[in-house]
Design a protein around this ligand. Structure first.
Ligand code: FES
Length: 323
């Protein structure tokens, strides 16, 4: 079945800009010149990237203004030991190329009830927040951003935001080696403050731990984490019970991608282990599941009777799914 039949949008890459040694920004518009679908700050799209005869579906946050859908912008960090999708974006995709992207979905939305929005980001985790700050500034809402980077050469996106929003943006690790202390940032906040964190898993875990220890309510803490290695790992095979198909999952593919590559379909939305859409029942397993999602509870994981194929893998000789 073609991408078009699955609702993917055909877009043309209008501009590619290097913004840091590792990050390129891509601006694209609809191939037929129409308006792109509307989205809200925090949304992402999946970009379908051809890699060595397979298709990688990498999720990237939209960083452009939700108030201008004549174009979308994403930032792609080159991940050397990942699934090669980001490398293909950096080395093979050129201005003028046509790609397919999915319609936007938002799993990291702004709270409508917040009186103050407190953002914490690490590195390229600032990209969904880029669009959110644009939305909040147009609405005249109260916000601040604390952004941690690995050094001045990685701070370009933060400096752009500093230029737009002044002292509402604080960058750590940029010029003077200051370090982000999440306990300090989250302490003493007035009622009605919501915090949003986007960054590497260990940063998100640190913010969640700090918020918990300070007594923040879970409903006021929003997070989106990214995993540098995605869903790569050892090869294994899976059997789909309904069709009897036996599918090999290569080290660079996710289980979901391997199933799609073999011409079968599983439900999905985020493809990042966060939304729960792809949850699939495990009928047989003679090994262990490497659960990498943020969806299942510890007790659900321990049963090994469900798996999130978008990110999780298995170490086994036999894995049979109810699919
Ligand atoms: S598609 Fe969202 S958790 Fe798998």
């Amino acid at each position: 079945m073609s991408d078009a039949q699955h609702g993917a949008l055909r877009v043309k890459i209008d501009r590619i800009e290097p913004v840091t040694p590792e990050i390129n920004r891509y601006t694209f518009s609809a191939l037929d010149g129409s308006w792109l679908p509307p989205f809200s700050g925090g949304s992402h799209v999946q970009v379908l990237i051809p890699v060595e005869g397979e298709t990688r579906r990498n999720a990237y946050s939209l960083m452009s203004s939700p108030y201008d859908t004549s174009r979308y912008q994403i930032a792609v960090r080159r991940v050397e030991d990942g699934r090669r999708g980001s490398i293909a974006m950096h080395t093979e995709v050129r201005e003028g190329d046509v790609l397919s992207v999915t319609t936007p979905a938002n799993l990291f939305p702004l709270s409508k009830h917040a009186r103050h929005h407190l953002f914490i980001a690490g590195g390229v985790g600032v990209t969904p927040i880029y669009a959110q700050l644009h939305e909040l500034s147009i609405k005249g809402a109260s916000f601040e951003l604390h952004l941690a980077v690995r050094g001045p050469e990685h701070a370009a996106l933060g400096r752009e935001l500093e230029g737009l929003y002044g002292d509402r943006v604080t960058i750590y690790g940029d010029r003077d080696g200051t370090r982000l202390n999440t306990l300090d940032v989250l302490s003493g906040r007035p009622l009605g403050t919501h915090t949003y964190v986007c960054g590497p898993a260990r940063m998100v875990d640190d913010v969640l731990e700090s918020a918990h220890s300070l007594g923040w309510t879970d409903s006021h803490v929003h997070f989106e984490r990214f995993d540098d290695l995605g869903s790569t790992g050892e090869a294994f095979s899976v059997t789909l019970a309904r069709s009897g198909a036996v599918i090999e999952v290569s080290p660079e593919q996710s289980l979901l991608e391997a199933v799609e590559e073999a011409g079968h379909r599983l439900p999905y939305l985020c493809r990042g282990g966060a939304c729960g859409e792809c949850e699939t029942e495990v009928l047989e397993l003679d090994g262990t599941i490497d659960h990498r999602d943020d969806w299942l509870s510890e007790s659900e994981r321990a049963t090994n009777t469900v798996i999130m194929p978008c990110v999780s893998r298995a170490t086994c000789l036999k894995l049979v799914l109810n699919a």
